[in-house]
Design a protein around this ligand. Structure first.
Ligand SMILES: C[S@@+](CC[C@H](N)C(=O)[O-])C[C@H]1O[C@@H](n2cnc3c(N)ncnc32)[C@H](O)[C@@H]1O
Length: 383
């Protein structure tokens, strides 16, 4: 793999791809890396891929293109919604989608104003745009067919990201009032038109796709039932996904409370290395742990062990699990998540086939002093 993959561990390449780009999911990987792994593991039509951290649905959609069945888990509303809407079949309802769009085009301008109390939302949009978006949402809620209303709602979520002052910056949202904001209805119609074009042009092979709200640390699938796992867990320097996607979830997916959900993996920060109760894991971690940060790191790898064990249980013998993962950057040094995951996986019973570097990022303290290099890698395991 190596250098040619340096772009593919991120979502950027998907921005050009129909359907994959219905939602910009910054933490996602590219479809191309999934296609390459499918070829490399010689997966044929009818086999089943699992992605226990499916995010915006890249693995599932790529599997659908190749006629492979897939199962995806995530715990975030926006991820589950996006994965579900992107992987549905639309060929039988293209006319209905077009007719619904025509109705939206003809909708008279409504002057209805909406009261929003959440400060972040108020700051994130010009008032007229926010009202326009919420009026469109109201119209979408009137659509009887859930396939159509979900399709239009995802288009609206996409529109909201393009008509907002909010910019996703690492793990948080920044407000950039200098952004020029196009009219929401114009952007919405343009987005839906493009999405309809995508479903007309794209062809898929028959397969099954199941997306579930499920915590990857506690899932249980039938033993030896999965042909391949392609996944990317949250990285150690915790991105609080629920913060990053707060605007979309709050406005469009009924979420009411700020930070009421966690990104789960690594969220129990009260755990320390001495609490691990697993000598092997303690040993793998000891070289990387400083007192100050041990709780966060220990919690992350305790959780990692749980989802790795769950994968090991359901994967068939001699089949592969590919994990795209980045290391942690801390003021006192770098944590090599790829190496630790490789060691832990072997304790669980996997064979470690390879750790292939995808990207190297400089880890700095206070954005100036260089601490070390953080690897983003592809860890390939075999049961
Ligand atoms: C790196 S992203 C995966 C992105 C995905 N590969 C894509 O292309 O869109 C990690 C995902 O894990 C999810 N997540 C975090 N903790 C989880 C847990 N305990 N169980 C399931 N999903 C979880 C996050 O919501 C996020 O969508």
């Amino acid at each position: 793999m190596g250098k040619k993959y340096s772009n593919l561990s991120g979502f950027v390449e998907n921005k050009k791809l129909p359907i994959y780009n219905w939602l910009y999911y910054k933490e996602g990987f590219s479809a191309q890396i999934v296609f390459d792994l499918i070829e490399r593991f010689n997966l044929k039509k009818g086999k089943t891929i699992l992605d226990p951290f499916c995010g915006s649905g890249t693995t599932l959609l790529a599997a659908k293109e190749k006629g492979l069945n897939s199962i995806g888990f995530d715990c975030l509303d926006i991820a589950i919604f996006s994965s579900t809407v992107k992987t549905r079949d639309y060929e039988n309802i293209i006319n209905e989608l077009q007719e619904t769009l025509n109705k939206f085009k003809e909708l008279p301008k409504t002057k209805q104003r909406h009261k929003i109390k959440e400060q972040l939302i108020i700051r994130a949009f010009p008032e007229r745009i926010l009202n326009e978006l919420l009026n469109l949402k109201k119209e979408i809620k009137e659509i009887k067919n859930p396939l159509i209303s979900d399709f239009f709602l995802l288009a609206l979520i996409n529109t909201a990201t393009k008509t907002s002052f909010a910019v996703k910056d690492g793990g948080c949202i920044k407000i950039d009032k200098k952004r020029s904001i196009p009219p929401a209805k114009y952007m919405f119609v343009k987005t839906v038109k493009k999405m309809i074009r995508d479903v007309k042009e794209k062809t898929f092979l028959p397969c099954t796709i199941d997306v579930f709200r499920q915590d990857a640390r506690i899932f249980e699938l039938e033993k030896d039932s999965i042909d391949c796992v392609i996944t990317s867990p949250p990285y150690l320097n915790k991105i609080e996904y629920t913060n990053v996607y707060f605007i979309e979830e709050y406005l469009f997916l009924k979420r009411q409370m700020h930070a009421s959900l966690r990104s789960f993996v690594g969220s129990k920060t009260e755990v320390g290395i001495s609490d691990i109760g697993d000598e092997k894991l303690q040993k793998h971690l000891s070289g990387f742990i400083s007192k100050k940060f041990e709780a966060q790191i220990a919690a992350y790898f305790i959780d990692t062990k749980k989802w790795l064990e769950n994968i090991h249980h359901c994967l068939k013998k001699n089949k592969y699990c590919a994990i795209i993962v980045g290391g942690g950057c801390f003021p006192w040094g770098v944590v090599e998540s790829d190496v630790i995951i490789g060691l832990m996986a072997q304790d669980i019973g996997f064979k470690l086939i390879d750790i292939e570097p995808l990207k190297k990022v400089t880890c700095t303290k206070n954005r100036t002093t260089k601490i070390g290099i953080v690897n983003e890698s592809l860890v390939v395991l075999k049961k």
